[in-house]
Design a protein around this ligand. Structure first.
Ligand SMILES: NC(=O)c1ccc[n+]([C@@H]2O[C@H](COP(=O)([O-])OP(=O)(O)OC[C@H]3O[C@@H](n4cnc5c(N)ncnc54)[C@H](O)[C@@H]3O)[C@@H](O)[C@H]2O)c1
Length: 284
């Protein structure tokens, strides 16, 4: 059901690759809620993914841009504003890529050139988007900017590797720029810390299926899906969240506040029973 929450608003969505992408669901929801949007991703992603299909479906321009290039970002803002015939009300940064994870380098044997690139793509790109938009005065007063994060920024998760450090930086950029944007233009900047989600980037996380199962058992509401995340993004882009800024908003079914759930405990004790049985059989 649509509520017209974004009627009359214009937004740019970074990072939709295919129909599993969180950004893809956000684009669909934002359109459903009455927004006009533009879509952008790298030239490679446009070649390998299905973004043009989404653009055709939603009547949205698709702009090829590398989010690490300020020149490309200037083009994204200018072309989007030409299309909208005005400034932007909301932006989604849904960009993440780790070269060390891709190359299976463990955290204690990182390649630093890769790490620099990972930081540039997954965190500094957010700063570049915010700074470029500010220099172009591209965002309307009371606009809303979001980036997507993960709880590994605060707590250690085996397998999340260098992305944990990068997400911590991403969340910090939201606070630092949120202050400036809020003070000058009443524009809010937040991150949403999303449950593990089966997407192309998500599948790269070591042990993602076990992680999904674990967090599902640990979260009283269960994992938040990409569709749930899209709904939350729409609320954060809408006028219903005007005074929320500089926050890292946990969107994880309660996972981050639980120490041990009953369901996880059952699995844990069941495995212990199995192990004890196995040991007994070996000793017997
Ligand atoms: N999937 C999860 O479990 C999960 C959980 C929490 C947060 N997130 C975050 O959500 C965001 C979206 O990821 P997703 O899970 O939808 O996966 P996804 O693979 O669909 O999206 C990642 C996107 O980043 C884009 N990208 C990579 N390099 C880029 C560059 N240089 N310039 C512009 N775009 C570039 C990719 O083309 C892709 O579209 C990421 O920030 C990710 O870290 C994902």
């Amino acid at each position: 059901m649509a509520y017209n929450l974004l009627k009359g608003k214009n937004g740019i969505i970074f990072g939709a690759l295919n129909d599993m992408s969180i950004a893809w669901k956000v684009a669909e929801k934002a359109h459903e809620e009455g927004a006009k949007i533009s879509l952008t991703n790298t030239a490679t992603a446009l070649r390998l993914g299905d973004l043009q299909q989404l653009g055709d479906k939603l009547g949205a321009p698709v702009i090829a841009a590398d989010a690490t290039s300020v020149e490309d970002l200037e083009r994204v803002f200018k072309e989007s504003m030409d299309f909208f015939g005005g400034k932007i009300d909301f932006i989604l940064h849904s960009i993440g890529m780790s070269l060390n994870v891709r190359k299976k380098n463990p955290y204690d044997d990182l390649n630093y050139e890769y790490m620099n690139k990972t930081i540039d793509i997954s965190a500094i790109s957010f700063h570049k988007i915010l700074q470029t938009a500010r220099k172009l005065d591209a965002i309307n007063d009371w606009g809303s900017v979001l980036a997507l994060s993960y709880v590994a920024a605060q707590r250690t998760f085996y397998g999340y590797n260098e992305m944990a450090d990068v997400k911590a930086m991403l969340e910090s950029i939201a606070r630092s720029f949120g202050y400036i944007y809020g003070r000058d233009k009443k524009i809010r900047v937040n991150t949403i810390s999303q449950s593990p989600t089966l997407t192309t980037a998500g599948s790269g996380v070591k042990g993602i299926n076990d992680l999904l199962d674990f967090s599902e058992r640990m979260s009283p509401l269960g994992n938040a899906t990409a569709e749930d995340c899209a709904n939350y993004c729409v609320v954060m882009f809408s006028d219903l969240s005007k005074k929320v800024t500089m926050q890292n908003l946990m969107h994880d079914g309660g996972f981050s506040s639980v120490g041990m759930s009953w369901r996880a405990m059952q699995i844990y004790s069941k495995s212990l029973d199995d192990i004890e049985k196995e040991i007994k059989e070996v000793i017997d």
